[in-house]
Design a protein around this ligand. Structure first.
Ligand SMILES: [Zn+2]
Length: 103
């Protein structure tokens, strides 16, 4: 069950064949954290490639809300979106920008 940085091709439906970025964090949508808009803190979180099959499998089922169009990205670039987004989010929350200070 390895491969939590992944991209994939949609297998069926109107978007069949399209490359997608996959958010590997599958949340329940019902717990307190999810209801507060913090699905990353879900008490029942299930991570593709950690708790369930991930990118090293030939085919996996992923909730529709966890996939995003990859547009012009390559499959390799699309697989890097998740960890780059974590870095971007951390920098955005930090006090490291020019002219900013932590108090
Ligand atoms: Zn939840």
């Amino acid at each position: 069950m390895i491969g939590h940085e992944l991209s994939g091709y949609v297998a069926s439906g109107p978007d069949a064949g399209k490359l997608v970025v996959i958010n590997p964090y599958v949340s329940c949508g019902a717990c307190r954290a999810c209801r507060r808009g913090k699905p990353n803190c879900c008490s029942a979180i299930s991570v593709l490639g950690v708790h369930r099959d991930g990118g090293m499998c030939a085919r996996i089922a992923v909730p529709a809300e966890n996939v995003y169009p990859a547009d012009d990205l390559t499959p390799q670039q699309a697989a890097m979106v998740e960890f780059l987004a974590i870095g971007a989010h951390a920098v955005a929350r930090s006090c490291t920008g020019r002219g900013t200070s932590c108090s």
